[in-house]
Structures are given as C-alpha cells and as structure tokens.
Write a protein that binds this ligand. Structure first.
Ligand code: NAD
Length: 250
C-alpha cells in the first residue's frame, strides 16, 4: 500500500465498525471515523486505540441518513486529511418486527440508515475519488439481505438494496479506478447481533447452521474489509463476499 491511505468508516464506535476501524489502523490506514453524536465518548475511545497503531485518527459525528450532515462531514474530512481513498459504509440499524405489525417508521428508519445512508456517503465521496482516479468502497450488507429471518423483512430489504446499489455503482465508477464491493456478515456477536443471540436456543441453532460451528466475532469481519480497501483487490469489483463462517455456501 502506498502510504498514507485515508479511510472513512461509518458507525465505528462499537461492534463491527470498531473492529474494521482498528483493523485498518493496524494495516497503516489513517482514519476518519464516524458515528452519531450520542456515541461520541465511545468513538473517541476507538480513535485513541487506533492511534496506538501510529496512524492519524479523527472523529466525525453525523447521521448518515442526513444529506446535509453527510456533506458537512465529508467536507470536514477533506479539510483535515486532504482526500479519502477508502470508504466503509458500515453504519446500520435493526428494528425487529413481523411484516403484519411493522410500524411504518421501522421501515423508514431502517431503509434510511442502511440503504440511503450508504447512498449518501458514497455520493459525497465520489467527486474526490473520481478526481484522483482511485477509490475503494466497501459496503456492509448482510446474509440477511440474501436469506433473511422472520421479523427482519424490512432489514433484509434494506440490505438487498445495498447489494443492488453496489453492483450498479461498480459499473459506473470502474473506469475511474474505483472499486465497490459488499461484505455480508453472518451472525456476529455485537449489540445488534444479540437480537439474534440472546435466546440460547436461537444461538445454538445458528451455531449448528454454521460450518465453523461458532458465532462470529467483530474481528472476523475486519480482514475481508481491509482486503476490499487495499490494492490487493484492485481488479475485484461488484462482488459480494459472505463473512459468516459458512452459513451461506456458494
Ligand atoms: P451495532 O449496533 O453494534 O453498531 C452499529 C453502529 O452504527 C453503532 O455504533 C451505531 O451508533 C451506528 N449508527 C447507527 N445509526 C447510525 C447513523 N444514522 N449514522 C451513523 N452511525 C449510525 O451493529 P453491528 O452488529 O456492529 O453492525 C454493523 C453493520 O454490520 C451494520 O450495517 C449491520 O447491519 C451489519 N451486520 C451485522 C451483523 C451482526 O450479526 N451483528 C450481521 C450482518 C450485518
């Protein structure tokens, strides 16, 4: 990797986003890490931990579902770092409900953060990536966007949207040296993952469905994301990689 590379990771205060940020820091990326303002303390702690790898790390509070906030955030990152080489659209929410009883605002908020947030952040960084003829966009979808589970239809729809968005994006930006790929985590032990894992019977069932016979750790996702953010994946675009220990087999 030509150093320094600058990566923006959204939703980086905890869980998978935190692990991705720290994984990129260990690989020499400078970091612009984002989360909503209420996560400020946790986000600061991630930045401090990342700096221990000897890289620059700065924090940016923004709701990825808000176009003005996203545009202001990207403008500040460009002032601070000069450019952005890689973006990891990781911020996401899950609000479980079956379809029959799903409140409209569950649908809207899940689509807004997971799908529209990915679109807005990507849109905001494209002029910079095109101008430098280089970019790496890694979108965190989910195996839930392929198979899904009961009470997660709206979440599944939002993650399928991210995959469709990424396939077309890859075609549009490829001529500018920009790649766009998706990671589909499986069942990963985070605050969000606990929705699937609190019940020991459900946890056991997921473990039994997984070839590796264990629940995933956030660090399991960091390496594959780093691959998509690096030059090792220069000729890989429009792809979706399951990082699930072998639940969805292809
Ligand atoms: P998490 O809830 O632990 O962390 C999500 C982070 O995103 C939080 O820090 C949260 O504050 C942030 N966030 C939420 N809304 C935001 C917004 N509007 N703007 C900016 N930041 C926002 O969840 P996680 O398990 O770490 O999930 C990370 C990503 O991985 C999500 O996109 C999720 O859908 C996906 N995923 C998770 C699993 C799993 O099992 N945990 C499986 C598949 C996919």
């Amino acid at each position: 990797m030509t150093k320094p590379r600058i990566a923006l990771v959204t939703g980086a205060s905890r869980g998978i986003g935190r692990a991705i940020a720290l994984g990129l820091a260990q690989r020499g990326f400078d970091l612009a890490i984002n989360d909503i303002a209420s996560q400020a303390t946790a986000l600061d702690a991630v930045a401090a931990e990342a700096r221990a790898s000897g890289i620059r790390a700065m924090t940016y509070h923004a709701d990825v579902a808000s176009k003005p906030e996203v545009q202001a955030m990207v403008a500040r990152i460009l002032q601070d770092f000069g450019t952005i080489h890689a973006v990891v659209n990781n911020a996401g929410i899950l609000r479980a409900s079956d379809v029959e009883h799903c409140p409209e605002d569950y649908w809207d908020s899940v689509m807004d953060v997971n799908a529209k947030g990915t679109f807005l952040v990507t849109q905001a960084v494209l002029p910079t990536m095109k101008a430098q003829n280089y970019g790496r966009i890694c979108n965190i979808s989910s195996i839930g966007g392929k198979h899904g589970a009961p009470e997660q239809a709206h979440y599944s729809a939002s993650k399928a949207a991210v995959m469709g968005f990424t396939r077309v994006l890859a075609q549009e930006v490829g001529p500018f040296g920009i790649t766009a790929n998706c990671i589909c985590p499986g069942i990963i032990l985070t605050d969000m993952g606990r929705v699937n894992l609190d019940d020991p019977a459900i946890r056991g069932a997921w473990q039994a469905k997984t070839a590796m016979a264990r629940i995933g750790d956030p660090d399991d996702v960091a390496g594959p994301v780093a691959f998509f953010c690096s030059d090792d994946s220069a000729f890989v675009t429009g792809q979706t990689l399951n990082v699930d220990g072998g639940i969805v087999l292809s």
